[in-house]
Design a protein. Structure first.
Length: 560
């Protein structure tokens, strides 16, 4: 009979008994000794990769995490997941692989964990999809788990000013419009990414790291640490030790990832001015944790959470600046003190949110990185969900950098991102237009590409406040302006967005949370009678399988 407090309850199925002699023989080859077979085996999933600065340092961090696990009495086994990095995949076919990689990372961790009967999961991620992709299997498998965020990149410097990857994207439009010189363009390109770490603003990686910290699934203070800060090594060791404590106490992810914990995560995303991708990823995580969370519910948090983070893309500062003034922990403390967080939620420290924040100081004087809740940047959050006859199942509006969004104008319809970008750079888009990019949804793309290239080009041309962009694809955390993504149902599924024609008048009203096309239901149905879904060009492989399995964006674009 299995011992009640046995720490290797799961891995013992792989290591104990005469019939497991071959299994032990294999494990001895990787360094296990007699005394190790009674220890909990911890799978250390590193998304380390030379593909991107976001992840190029993660394998080194894994060494420190392994040390913490070993010191606490566990046996760590490191393996690699992978990354498709948005900054390099953006603007071409490769971006179709980005969101799909989230599912593949989650499945990889699940398969390695199940396949080798690990007792716990420690995952280290950096670039956007490696964060939710690492936490989803923790909720799915519900064994003791901790996530480590590899940290943010430091800002680059060009002519005494901070620059980052979005500066490079926006320079494309500015250079095309002859607003900057070749020397300036080259200088931005060469200095935007000075070292290791995920993109520096409150883009998707830093947004999701903040959300996971608020959710309770990483160590307090992790989200705000720069990648190249020596404190990151100690953080990894402490996370390794904490995970073994979770094993000993049998504290499981679903005890941490509760309904109230998800509300904390959404609240923090809103306060910081976070990425619309948080909607997609938090819906997916909630599904894995079996927590009922609907896309419409984000509007409550939009309406009741002031934006206090003066952070890029719409603000002035990057994550390293937030870390210097108190980090995500300070923002959480501010929200807690105002009754906007659930302080009794359990976290991976074994303590509650309130206990973790007990000694955190709030210092707002002499800095404008974080505003007070009494005098915020905006009275509401940056992300809201719109509905209307164009998007009956919803669409996500990012109002970051804008106040109330009311816009009405003629549609300019594009069947893919590339043709839209060409039109923007040729100067074909005029003030007042409503750009519609369709067949870029989860199924139609397939893969739901981000539209950072078009939105950055618009910003570089100075049109981002005068032109709206609607898509069934999604947006980078670096996108800002009048941008509406996740239009559902998507065009490939026969959503009304498939019926839009050039010149149709589209109306956006953020106050009423409406997105409508000025067509009658009869006219929309008439147009859709002759409609057929686009032929998906992928006939096999990952993109083909994804197009067959993926759910609607309003349900998190998941495949499980």
């Amino acid at each position: 009979m299995m011992e009640k407090n046995k720490l290797n309850k799961i891995s013992s199925l792989m290591t104990e008994g005469i019939e497991r002699m071959p299994n032990r023989a294999m494990l001895r080859a990787i360094g296990m000794k007699d005394e190790d077979f009674s220890k909990p085996i911890v799978g250390v999933a590193s998304a380390g990769s030379e593909v991107t600065p976001c992840n190029m340092h993660l394998d080194k961090l894994a060494i420190h995490a392994k040390k913490g696990i070993s010191d606490a009495g566990g046996f760590p086994i490191k393996y690699n997941t992978f990354v498709v990095t948005d900054g390099e995949a953006m603007g071409h076919e490769g971006m179709k692989c980005s969101l799909i990689s989230r599912e593949a990372i989650a499945d990889t961790i699940e398969l390695v964990t199940r396949g080798h009967q690990f007792d716990a999961i420690l995952a280290i991620g950096g670039c956007d999809k490696t964060i939710p992709g690492s936490v989803m299997p923790m909720a799915r498998l519900n064994i003791p788990s901790i996530f480590i965020y590899g940290g943010t990149i430091k800002p680059g410097k060009h002519k005494g000013k901070d620059v980052d990857i979005v500066s490079a994207f926006e320079a494309v439009g500015a250079f095309t419009a002859k607003k900057i010189s070749e020397e300036e363009r080259q200088g931005i390109e060469c200095n935007a990414c000075p070292g290791a770490g995920a993109c520096g603003g409150m883009y998707t990686a830093n947004t999701m790291a903040s959300a996971i910290e608020a959710l309770g699934m990483c160590m307090p203070g992790n989200a705000s640490l720069p990648a190249e800060d020596r404190k990151m090594e100690e953080m990894c060791k402490e996370a390794g030790k904490a995970l073994v404590v979770l094993v000993k106490k049998n504290i499981l992810p679903r005890q941490i990832m509760t309904r109230n914990a998800f509300e904390n995560a959404i609240r923090v995303v809103m306060a910081l001015g976070g990425s619309t991708n948080a909607v997609l990823h938090l819906l997916a995580l909630a599904r894995e944790a079996e927590v009922g969370l609907l896309v419409d519910e984000f509007n409550y948090f939009h309406d009741t959470t002031p934006t206090i983070g003066n952070l890029k893309p719409a603000g002035k500062y990057v994550m390293t600046d937030l870390g210097k003034v108190g980090g995500v922990q300070m923002v959480m403390k501010m929200l807690l003190d105002k009754g906007l967080l659930h302080g009794d939620c359990l976290t991976v420290t074994g303590k509650t949110v309130a206990e973790n924040l007990k000694d955190v100081k709030v210092k707002l004087d002499g800095q404008d990185v974080v505003y007070s809740l009494e005098k915020p940047l905006k009275e509401v959050g940056p992300i809201s969900v719109l509905k209307g006859n164009l998007v009956p199942d919803g669409a996500v509006l990012k109002t970051c950098g804008l106040n109330i969004v009311k816009h009405e104008g003629p549609a300019r319809v594009f069947e893919d991102e590339e043709s839209c970008l060409k039109s923007i750079l040729k100067g074909d888009i005029k003030k007042g237009d409503v750009i519609v990019i369709r067949y870029e949804g989860p199924k139609g793309g397939p893969g739901m590409r981000e539209m950072l290239a078009p939105t950055s080009a618009l910003a570089g041309l100075g049109l981002h406040r005068d032109v709206a962009l609607i898509t069934d694809g999604r947006f980078s955390g670096g996108s800002w302006g009048m941008v509406i993504g996740h239009a559902a149902p998507e065009a490939q599924e026969g959503g009304p967005i498939a019926a839009v024609r050039d010149g149709d008048i589209i109306s956006i009203d953020s106050e009423r949370k409406r997105l409508d096309i000025k067509l009658s239901d009869v006219e929309i149905k008439k147009r859709m009678k002759s409609w057929k879904p686009k032929e998906i060009k992928y006939k096999n492989g990952a993109l083909y399988k994804y197009s067959k399995l993926v759910s609607c964006a309003s349900k998190g674009a998941i495949t499980s």
